[in-house]
Design a protein around this ligand. Structure first.
Ligand SMILES: [Zn+2]
Length: 468
């Protein structure tokens, strides 16, 4: 049953590109009906002492990695990765070990925990880059999409909008033997991937759940797979997501196989367009940056994960100048806080460029940079997932958060500095209510649809089962 038409009246409203005082957000049938005067027929809901802002989007998430939070922040003394440099690749082996342990119920419990944490942090939509397809022995489940359905069920229980990005994974790498740790990810053929996309389109897609095609990377997919999936994404109007140049070794392998960079290989395969999201895009040549910009690609930066894994810094300033768009992701879900992703995107550039306000669009406005970063975290994410909205303009889905202007981290904010104060200083405790498609996911800091105790206890039990 839908929430009846309502006009929300906060102290401050960031909608349709402007921060306004005393304006109402009218919501009818899950969409923004009007901004300003309350729409006729809407029940008024006064939200005193609050600001309403467009919902945040984690455009790149691996929900199951929530299960290894805190378990990889050390140098290995024995076991997997022993003696190896404590780099991305050693972390990856530890992550694979977790991936091999999760059964469908475990995945549900872990994903629901991650999505619950997202909702509490003001996230309204998530792009789940889903590659945990098969059973722990590497055999397809009786229902080939069993694991994808667990992820979708978790998102629905929490009330998040989900774009399930169905990953295609062919191989360990060019000329490399099969890696048994990847047996749950691998597809037998690109036809299998396309069939799975078809099944998911009929079995999973609804008002809250959308799809995307996701060749994992140029390492894990041969060019022919990428070309085929790029074609399918065009034909079916699906977003196309791919990991790009996260690590130097991946770029070197690609050059050895193709004599070209990952970005160039994707372009030759017809895989770069405004429907494409290049995840990470860190180790780029000047030519790569120009190509991503010219094709209107979105780059999804995941700064807290990229920092944690020692990946490097996304050259977001150069990418914006070249014409690329930006989105943000919580990726490994080590932290779930889109404000932190937004401030880290800018902060990492300050540390490398030895300047401040690197991504400020100019014009001398106090809120220029804060506004740009909020838009990257909201509208940028929705565009990356192929979804309309993200700006709370009339017609957009009513995905928004209500933040408390009395929270210590936001107290004193005015219309002029609300956005930079939120991006650079707000704590998660300021998030009061979260609405997705006009329906509450969080009310007064507590989940609206499933008790927090249930989510947390199931997750604790699962962690005990996984790790003892
Ligand atoms: Zn990823």
């Amino acid at each position: 049953v839908r929430t009846p038409p309502r006009a929300y009246l906060p102290d401050l409203l960031y909608a349709g590109g402007a921060v306004r005082a005393g304006a109402a957000l009218s919501v009818v049938d899950g969409r923004v009906a009007a901004v300003g005067e309350p729409e006729v027929g809407c029940a008024w809901v006064r939200l005193a002492g609050t600001a309403v802002l467009p919902g945040l989007v984690s455009a790149h998430s691996h929900a199951f990695q929530r299960a290894i939070r805190g378990r990889t922040e050390h140098r290995a003394a024995g076991g997997l990765g022993a003696g190896a440099r404590p780099d991305f690749w050693a972390w990856r082996d530890a992550m694979y070990e977790a991936a091999l342990r999760l059964d469908p119920d475990d995945l549900f419990a872990v994903a629901r925990m991650a999505f619950h944490e997202m909702a509490r942090a003001g996230v309204t939509a998530v792009g789940e880059f889903h590659y945990l397809h098969h059973d722990p022995a590497g055999r397809p489940y009786a229902d080939r999409d069993e694991m994808a359905k667990q992820v979708a069920r978790a998102a629905r229980e929490v009330g998040l909008r989900l774009a399930l990005l169905r990953v295609a994974y062919a191989r360990a790498g060019h000329g490399l033997p099969e890696n048994p740790l990847q047996r749950r990810f691998r597809d037998g053929s690109v036809d299998e991937v396309v069939r799975s996309l078809e099944d998911l389109a009929s079995g999973l897609r609804d008002e809250w759940t959308s799809l995307g095609a996701a060749p994992h990377s140029v390492r894990a997919c041969p060019a022919a797979w990428i070309e085929r999936l790029a074609g399918e994404s065009r034909r079916r109007s699906l977003p196309l997501h791919v990991h790009v140049s996260e690590q130097p070794a991946e770029v070197a392998q690609c050059r050895a196989e193709h004599g070209a960079s990952p970005v160039e290989v994707l372009d030759r395969a017809g895989a770069l367009s405004p429907a494409t999201t290049a995840v990470h895009a860190i180790h780029l040549s000047d030519g790569d940056v120009a190509l991503l910009g010219a094709r209107g690609v979105t780059v999804c930066a995941c700064p807290t994960t990229e920092r944690d894994l020692g990946d490097g810094v996304v050259p977001a300033d150069q990418l914006l100048a070249a014409g690329a768009r930006l989105a943000l992701g919580t990726d490994s879900n080590l932290q779930i806080n889109l404000f932190e992703e937004a401030r880290a995107l800018e902060g990492h550039l300050r540390l490398t460029r030895l300047e401040r306000a690197v991504l400020d669009p100019g014009g001398g406005r106090i809120d220029g940079l804060g506004r740009r970063l909020w838009d990257v975290a909201s509208a940028g994410g929705m565009a990356s997932l192929g979804l309309p909205g993200g700006a709370l303009a009339p017609g957009d889905p009513a995905d928004f958060l209500v933040v408390s202007l009395d929270d210590p981290s936001l107290a004193g904010a005015s219309g002029e500095d609300l956005l930079p104060a939120a991006v650079f200083g707000m704590a998660g405790t300021a998030v009061r209510d979260v609405y997705v498609g006009g329906e509450p996911a969080v009310l007064s800091g507590a989940p609206a649809r499933v008790p927090a105790e249930v989510v947390v206890q199931d997750f604790r039990d699962t962690m005990r089962k996984l790790w003892g």
